[in-house]
Design a protein around this ligand. Sequence first.
Ligand code: CA
Length: 508
Amino acid sequence: MKRISIFLLALASSLTAGERPNILYILADDMGWQDTSVAFGPERTPFNERYRTPALERLAREGMKFTQAYSCAVCSPTRVSLMTGQNEARHRVTQWTYLSGDAPSSDLDHPTLDPATWNWNGLQPESMPNAISVETLPQLLRKADYRTMHFGKGHFGSAGTPGADPKNFGFDVRIGGRDAGGCGSYWGTKHFGAKKHPDGPWRAWDLDAYFGEDIHLTEALTLEAKREIKRAVDDDQPFFCYFAHYAPHTPIEPDERFAPAYREAGLDEPEAAYASLIEGMDKSVGDLLGLLDEFGIADETLVVFTSDNGGLSHSRRGMSPPHTHNAPLSSGKGAHHEGGIRVPLLARWPGMTATGSTNETPVMIYDWFPTLLGVAGQQQPGSQAIDGADLTPLLRGDATAEIFDRPLVWHFPNFWGPLNRPPVEGPGMGPSSTIRRGDWKLIYYHEDRRFELFDLANDLGETNNLSHERPKQARQLATELAGFLRDRDAPMPVIRSSGEPVPFPGSR
Ligand code: CA
C-alpha cells in the first residue's frame, strides 16, 4: 500500500500542465442503478432492456464500469460530499437543503423524534450557523489553473444564502444552478417553471434566453456547456466541467423527442416520461462525448458519469409497485437499502482505464474529491479532514481491492419525503445509520433502535435480515459504526419524550 502511495505521489508531482487531463464530471439526479441499458448487475434485467442509453453504453465500452458505486440517499448530502471529500456524518449536511433559518425546513414531522441539528444551511463560502465551510473541489482545481464550470442543478446551500450560488465556492462559470433541488418544469415553453412563479425557488438561473422556446431543459444546458467547453479549449486552459443534470428528478414530464417510442412500447405515461428523461440525458452525454471527439481532446479528458442517489420509487412512478423500480435492488431514493444508495458509475480515462473493464470494488461519491485533485496534480488541503480515498489505483487497474478494506458509512438522521406530508415509509426508510464491511451491511434505525443485517453477496435484494441469526456479526458492525459516527460528532435525532439524542448504535 505504501509503495502505491509513493508511486502516485510521484505521478502527481510529475504532471505538467499539458499532461493534466480535462475533467468532465456528469452527475444525474435521482437516476437509479437500473435506469440504463448498461447492465450494472450480475445479469441483464427487464429495466436494462427498457431504457435506451447508447452514450452510456459507449462509456462502458471505452472505459470502466463500477458495479458497486454509492452515493447518499438524497441530493444535497451527495453533492456536498463530492465538493468536500467528506462523509455526511462529518460535513453534517445530512438531508436536502431548502430554506435558511433557525430550524430545518425540509425535515417532516415525526411522531416521536425531533430533527437532528444538522447543517441545514449546507455548503457555504464563509462560516455561518448550521453550515459547512471548507475549501471545495472547484476552488482547489482553480488553484491548479483549471477553468471550473458548473452546469445544471446546484443544491449545495439553502435559499437566500451565499452558498445558493455555486460561483461563490469556486466555479468560474455557472449556468442553471442555484439552491433549488429541482426545476419547476423541463420545458422552455413554461420558462422551466418560471412562468407560473417568476421569482419562485424552482426556476433555474441563467436560462432566460430560452424562455418561450420549444426546448427541453436538458438540451438547453447541453448547448450552454458545449459553448463554454469550446471557450476553454480555445483558451487552451484545462477544464473541470461539472454537469449536474436536473433529469430524471421530478417533475416527471415527458421529453417529447423520446417519449413516443416508449409509449408505443407499452409503458404507461409516467414510465414513458421517466424513460424519456433518461434518454434525453443520455443524448446530452453523447453530444458532449462527440464534442470531445470533434475538438480532438477525448484522449486528454477524464469522463465520469454517476448519479446522486437511487431512483425514485415510493410515488409518482408507474407500472411496477412502489419500492420496486430499482429491482433487483430493494427500495429507492431516501432509503438505506441498496435501491436508495447504489448508483451507476462509469469512468473513461484514455491510457488509464482499460476499455470495457468492470470493477466490483465498493466506492463512495466522496472518493472523487482526492481522485480528481490527484488527476489535476493538486495537493489536498492539509488542514481539512477528508474521508475519501484516491480511486486512481482502481482506474489504472494496478491495485487489488484490498487497499479499499474500509468501512462504508451512510448517515441520515432525518425525516424525508414530499413536503407537508408524513415521512415516507418503506424498505430501508426512516432515520438511520448504515455500515458496509466487505459483503456485510448493517442498518441501525433511529426510531426504534432495531437493526437489519444483510449479506449482500448472497442477498442483493436485502430480503433476509440476519441480525438475530448472526448477533456477533451485528454487534461488531454496530460497534464500528458507532465509532465512525462518534469520531465525526455525527448529529442524531432527539427523542422527544426525554430530550436526549438517539444513542449511537450498540450503546445501552
Ligand atoms: Ca437526487
